[in-house]
Design a protein around this ligand. Structure first.
Ligand SMILES: Nc1nc2c(ncn2[C@@H]2O[C@H](COP(=O)(O)OP(=O)(O)OP(=O)(O)O)[C@@H](O)[C@H]2O)c(=O)[nH]1
Ligand SMILES: [Mg+2]
Length: 606
């Protein structure tokens, strides 16, 4: 291949890429068509979402109401929907003329009918469903389709050829259970969702003297069950519930559109039985008069909300082996449960840890109550909600346990910090330059007080014990050292006073008293008793009291100010020694050393 052919290859390649992208994003441009919203999985057991139909629904911004037609397979559901939507078989839902089932899963007509219901513009969706009782499918699959249509629709048209059979009634058990689970709450509060209104559509030409309503009423009468057969009892219960829901269901009959059933799709209104056309129009009117927007948790749903509601329901129905109201309630409550848990978390997060255990417990109870209250007001279902409540309780407890652990950690951290601060303080007090019992006691009390006040939570008890031990030990050690250090300080003090009395102030009394103190201290302990004995002497107590008063008072802490005070005293003393004396001559009130001075004078005069 020559170089000249490269540009054309590249052009071809880019066209191919563009085409791939165009086909890859399969966005629908024309919504006038039928699209699947839910389709069977490969095994024809469970259902999965189909994007096309959901896309058609998602773009709707008005409140949505849905009409779903259910019934046995090949009973004319798709044809009926086309008739209600005034569509030919070619444009509308696929109508099958073969023996096997035509519609798979659930389909929607992409262009909703716009109706003004109670002054609100509403988009009415028409849903076609896969017929039940066809070969090659499990009953559970049929039940899933049936349950999904029941939950999604506002009007459920039960299309029945000929008459109502026992199986048709027992199939409604899910709808009945749903209604019992949700209906009661809708009336009083803005919660849950309103169950669908049921239209029994009986397609037959003549009703042998009975009106269709009488036929439905008869079918809903309890049948005698003398042998106590379980199945009969179950169907009887459904009958009873359906009878109670009387206002919620309507009976309607439709005659055959034409005898040539395989040619129906080629016929126009003029070709169909005029009575059929008339009744069909009446049915349209009936549906329009009873339909209401789908209400979930007190709110109507727009397209996006409707799709997310559908996703939730499908998840619930696919969850268990058998679609059950319990799992439906559980899934619907999931979002509310998360919201309530978040509320609990937010309230608990506002706490400043550590807290005392009773306070944390109280906060937990209050937050739990608030979360439960919200859940109680918003949750779906009545009987099966208990499971969700216990689930919420369980999850709250789990979160609370985490808070308990966090509180324990924070409490230990805080108490440990206070403990080591106190330990440091006690160590500092042990090595005071000028030992003071009052200062030690003040520090001791302050430490104890701040610990008692600030350390809270579960770690307090153990740290309190450790603290008491540490403080006790520290105090014992301090007292032991105290007397010995005071004694040494007094010996030093007496010697300093001797020097001061002799050489600086030259005050004999001061020197004598200093000597006396020195001799007392040295001889008393060495000659007569042991040093410990001295500490019990009243003189010693007096000395201690005097020392304490000098060394530490709230106004002056000598341990801290000893050096500045000492320097100041020395300066004053030296000032007095050199200038004070010179000014006032030898006129001193103190008995001074005069001998030396007179001898000097004498030597000078000599
Ligand atoms: N006799 C009679 N035949 C009908 C009626 N409605 C539809 N049919 C015919 O019954 C056949 C099946 O019609 P569909 O509308 O596809 O029936 P369906 O219930 O949707 O079938 P599935 O989707 O397979 O469950 C077609 O040949 C229709 O022409 C009716 O009211 N009476
Ligand atoms: Mg069909």
């Amino acid at each position: 291949m020559g170089f000249s052919s490269w540009p054309s290859v590249l052009l071809g390649f880019s066209i191919l890429v563009c085409c791939c992208f165009a086909f890859g994003s399969s966005s629908i441009n024309d919504f006038r068509g039928a699209f699947p919203i839910v389709e069977p999985d490969s095994g024809h057991t469970k259902l999965r979402l189909a994007r096309e139909g959901l896309e058609a629904i998602e773009r709707i911004t008005d409140p949505i109401a849905a009409v779903a037609v259910i019934g046995p397979y090949r009973s004319g559901k798709s044809f009926l929907l086309n008739q209600l939507l005034s569509l030919s078989c070619d444009e509308g839902f696929g109508v099958g003329h073969m023996r096997d089932t035509k519609t798979k899963g659930i389909w929607v007509w992409g262009t909703p009918l716009e109706l003004v219901i109670d002054g609100v513009k509403t988009s009415v969706l028409y849903l076609d469903t896969e017929g039940f009782e066809s070969i090659g499918k499990s009953n559970v699959y049929d039940d899933r389709i049936f349950a999904l249509a029941t939950v999604l629709s506002s009007v459920l048209v039960y299309n029945l050829p000929e008459t109502i059979r026992e199986a048709d009634i027992s199939r409604l058990s899910f709808a009945v259970e749903l209604a019992e689970e949700f209906y009661g709450r809708v009336k009083g509060q803005d919660v849950a969702f309103e169950p669908a209104k049921l239209v029994w559509l009986i397609q037959r030409d003549f009703l042998q003297g009975k009106s269709v309503q009488e036929m439905v009423t008869d079918a809903l009468q309890r049948v005698p069950n003398y042998d106590g057969d379980k199945n009969i009892e179950q169907v009887n219960q459904i009958r009873e519930s359906l009878a109670i829901m009387g206002d919620n269901s309507t009976a309607f009959s439709l005659p055959q559109p034409h005898l040539q059933r395989t040619k129906l799709c080629d016929m126009k209104d003029e070709d169909l039985d005029p009575i059929y056309v008339k009744r069909r129009e009446q049915l349209k009117g009936l549906v329009a008069s009873i339909i209401r927007p789908k209400i979930v948790q007190g709110k109507s749903l727009n397209g996006k909300e409707f799709v997310s509601f559908l996703e939730q329901i499908l998840e619930a129905l696919n969850k268990g082996e058998i679609p059950s109201t319990g799992s439906l309630v559980e899934v619907l409550n999931k979002a509310i449960l998360e919201r309530c848990l978040k509320l609990y978390n937010e309230r608990m997060d506002g706490l400043v840890l550590p807290l005392s255990e009773p306070m944390l417990q109280q906060a937990h109870e209050e937050s739990r109550e608030a979360a439960m209250k919200v859940f109680d007001a918003q949750h779906f279902g009545r009987h099966h909600a208990k499971q969700s409540i216990s689930q919420l309780d369980e999850r709250i407890l789990k979160v609370y346990n985490n808070f308990l652990l966090a509180n324990e950690y924070q409490s230990s951290k805080l108490c440990e910090e206070l403990y080591s601060r106190c330990e440091d303080k006690m160590d500092q007090l042990q090595v005071l330059k000028l030992p003071s019992m009052a200062k030690f006691n003040a520090g001791f009390l302050k430490c104890n007080h701040s610990f008692e006040e600030v350390c809270v939570g579960p770690a307090k008890a153990s740290y309190e014990l450790r603290m008491m031990k540490m403080l006790g030990k520290s105090r014992a050690l301090f007292i032991k050292e105290y007397n010995q250090r005071l004694f040494n300080w007094l010996v030093v003090f007496s010697l300093v006073m001797v020097v001061v009395g002799r050489f600086i102030v030259k005050f004999i009394l001061l020197e004598v008293s200093a000597w006396m103190l020195f001799i007392f201290l040295e001889t008393y302990t060495r000659m007569f008793w042991s040093s410990e004995a001295l500490y019990y002497n009243p003189t010693w107590h007096f000395i201690v009291a005097t020392w304490e008063n000098i060394v530490y008072s709230p106004l002056l802490d000598l341990d801290r100010w000893a050096i500045p005070v000492g320097v100041m005293l020395l300066i004053l003393l030296l000032y007095w020694r050199f200038y004070g004396r010179r000014k006032h001559g030898s006129r001193s009130v103190l008995p001074l050393y005069n001998g030396h001075r007179s001898s000097m004078n004498r030597w000078r005069s000599d």
